[in-house]
Design a protein around this ligand. Structure first.
Ligand SMILES: CC(C)(COP(=O)(O)OP(=O)(O)OC[C@H]1O[C@@H](n2cnc3c(N)ncnc32)[C@H](O)[C@@H]1OP(=O)(O)O)[C@@H](O)C(=O)NCCC(=O)NCCS
Length: 156
């Protein structure tokens, strides 16, 4: 084993011992799983924050799409926290739930958990975010969405 690979494997061994294991949310829906690749890295060798934001934007749109029934646009990233770095080979799980349903918009909370390479089934929360999506018409103007009551009855 060369110096570089032995350093790599000892850092993996240390990570196995120190990786925290948090419980996955039970009140949110699993909306996306994805594994980042080397092409998604920044200059530090971690995954580029913009790549994570793009995945969160996609994942966050899944639940609002059921209320919007048509075109929608992201109007706001209300909050975005990178709690831990994301690395190549992590299995990322994106969980989402609705926090507000307005007249034309749906706001969701997204949480992202990583199973580290070589440390599967142990979960680390890496990101949390809040995003708002607006239903839009053919001209790109805000459009009224179904009410919470109608949607809740339909989903039961
Ligand atoms: C989305 C867009 C049509 C909204 O138009 P707008 O004139 O700002 O609309 P309004 O002020 O009527 O607000 C529409 C809804 O968005 C919400 N909203 C607007 N600005 C917001 C902000 N900064 N944060 C959170 N919610 C916001 C409003 O509260 C309203 O929700 P409600 O009707 O449920 O209460 C327009 O801003 C737009 O086209 N933005 C660009 C979208 C885009 O390109 N996104 C990236 C790619 S998807």
């Amino acid at each position: 084993m060369n110096t570089e690979s032995s350093r790599h494997s000892s850092s993996h061994a240390a990570e196995l011992l120190t990786t925290p294991n948090v419980a996955l949310p039970v009140d949110k829906e699993l909306v996306l799983k994805v594994i980042p690749m080397p092409a998604d890295c920044n200059a530090n060798g971690d995954i580029f924050g913009g790549w994570v934001m793009a995945q969160v934007d996609l994942a966050g749109a899944v639940v609002p799409a059921r209320y919007v029934n048509g075109r929608m646009a992201t109007v706001a990233v209300n909050q975005f926290i990178f709690k831990q770095p994301v690395r190549v080979g992590d299995i990322l799980s994106f969980f989402a739930d609705v926090t507000r349903i307005g007249n034309t918009s749906v706001t969701v909370q997204v949480e992202v958990y990583a199973e580290r390479f070589h440390s599967q089934k142990k979960y680390v929360k890496v990101t949390e975010a809040s995003l708002t999506y607006v239903a839009i018409d053919d001209a790109g103007r805000p459009r009224k969405i179904q009410s919470k009551v109608e949607k809740t009855q339909e989903m039961m």
